[in-house]
Design a protein around this ligand. Structure first.
Ligand code: IMP
Length: 174
């Protein structure tokens, strides 16, 4: 399948370090939980966490959004839940990409019922051209055009998550 390099590993690393520094400054002295949304954010979350110089905890939320290969439906199933309460804690949800915004808006609704002190969003990527539900991204890596991207944790049919950089796939043919 033809892949077109989009954002190289060095550029990603520099931006993730900047985001980590911003989060460090914003949450000094707070009780912070990073919630990595699996599977796509596992690489970003691992790198981001190592650039946050705070005493934090990390938890994982497995989600499956019912979709065909490249189209989100907005129906989200939680496949693995958090292991700890977030009540009274400051939460940063760590996402790979905000595409339609449907997944994040569902997750916010769900997490808010657990009464955290606050919820913010860190997303590596944003594809504004495809917005269906506007979502505020507090810590954003990169804004991209309406292309399907893989690598650095993001997949196409479970492939390419291990690419160390971000690439666009030309079309939906595997
Ligand atoms: P949503 O459309 O904002 O709900 O995005 C749902 C999920 O679809 C994201 O968290 C990604 O896992 C996946 N997704 C959306 N766009 C892409 C893409 O370009 N490449 C890989 N996964 C994507």
């Amino acid at each position: 399948m033809p892949l077109k390099p989009l954002i190289d590993a060095g550029t990603i690393a520099r931006r993730v370090a900047e985001l980590g520094r911003a989060i460090t400054d914003d949450y000094l002295g707070e009780d912070l939980v990073l919630i990595a949304v699996l599977k796509g954010s596992y690489v970003f979350a691992a790198d981001l966490a190592r650039h946050i110089d705070l005493d934090l905890s990390i938890d994982f939320l497995g989600v499956r959004s019912y979709a065909d290969d490249q189209q989100s439906s907005g129906i989200v199933q939680i496949t693995a839940d958090l292991t700890q309460s977030i009540e009274g804690k400051h939460v940063i949800v760590v996402e790979d990409i905000v595409d339609t915004g449907l997944t994040v808006s569902y997750l916010y609704e769900n997490l808010e019922t657990r009464r955290p002190a606050s919820i913010k969003l860190a997303s590596l990527l944003h594809k504004p051209a495809r917005t269906q539900v506007p979502v505020r991204i507090d810590y954003l890596g990169f804004t991209i055009d309406d292309v399907f991207v893989v690598g650095y944790g993001l997949d196409y049919r479970q492939r390419f998550r291990n690419l160390p950089y971000l690439a666009a796939i030309a079309d939906g043919t595997a």
